[in-house]
Design a protein around this ligand. Structure first.
Ligand code: ADP
Ligand code: 5GP
Length: 185
């Protein structure tokens, strides 16, 4: 029987380095598929439509939801984030491994929907202080947004014990190598 793909659920608090690590993983593993989410939050200057997210309006989101195009969604810090349904099943059927950048609620929902093929990885910061410093240095959030993200981070980190693997992103290359080893790549 053909090998079924895996759903790799990739989580961690805002600013921990998920996107930075994903850039390395996708470069080193061109066979990994990236489930690009839709979001209603504003695009950051360093982001590309279709690569980082599909940036949509709230009414687009509601329409996708009504049309059954959404696998799971969450409202995070005031904006909707959702996984489009269509590509996932095709990739899995064709034996592809798929990475989803997703928050802790999304992970729980996907694990309930796909019971036999999920692998969850949570990225931790070396400390809360380092996390805040990284978020500030990135310089993409207002102070209010940043404070909201830090508050959510603390509750997300508490949930990290429910993940299959927890990786500390201190030294970037080391963290990337640890993830590649987990994925057997
Ligand atoms: P996330 O996608 O989790 O929100 P980013 O990938 O945008 O986080 O990273 C947040 C900031 O931290 C960026 O400025 C990035 O360059 C920096 N960063 C990521 N990983 C490390 C690391 N291991 N050491 C130092 N800085 C890092
Ligand atoms: P950011 O605004 O920093 O890009 O993302 C905020 C949070 O939303 C992160 O925790 C990220 O993992 C999560 N996220 C991104 N896409 C999705 C998605 O499709 N579904 C869910 N549930 N969370 C997502």
């Amino acid at each position: 029987m053909a090998k079924k793909g895996r759903l790799i659920l990739f989580s961690g608090p805002s600013g921990v380095g998920k996107d930075t690590l994903l850039d390395i993983l996708f470069e080193k593993c061109p066979d990994l598929q990236h489930s690009v989410s839709v979001t209603t939050r504003a695009k950051r200057d360093n982001e590309t439509e279709g690569k980082d997210y599909h940036f949509i309006t709230v009414s687009d989101f509601k329409k996708m939801q009504k049309d059954g195009e959404i696998l799971e969604f969450n409202k995070y810090n005031g904006n909707y984030y959702a996984t489009p349904k269509k590509p996932i099943d095709n990739w899995l059927k064709n034996g592809k491994d798929v990475i989803l950048k997703i928050d802790v609620h999304g992970t729980e929902n996907i694990e309930n929907l796909y019971k036999d093929c999920c692998l969850s990885i949570f990225i931790l910061p070396p400390s809360i202080e380092v996390l805040e410093k990284r978020l500030r240095q990135r310089g993409t959030e207002s102070e209010e947004d940043l404070q909201g993200r830090m508050k959510i981070a603390i509750s997300e980190i508490k949930k990290s014990e429910e993940y299959d693997y927890r990786i500390v992103n201190d030294e970037l290359e080391k963290a990337a190598d640890e993830i590649l080893a987990i994925l057997d790549k």
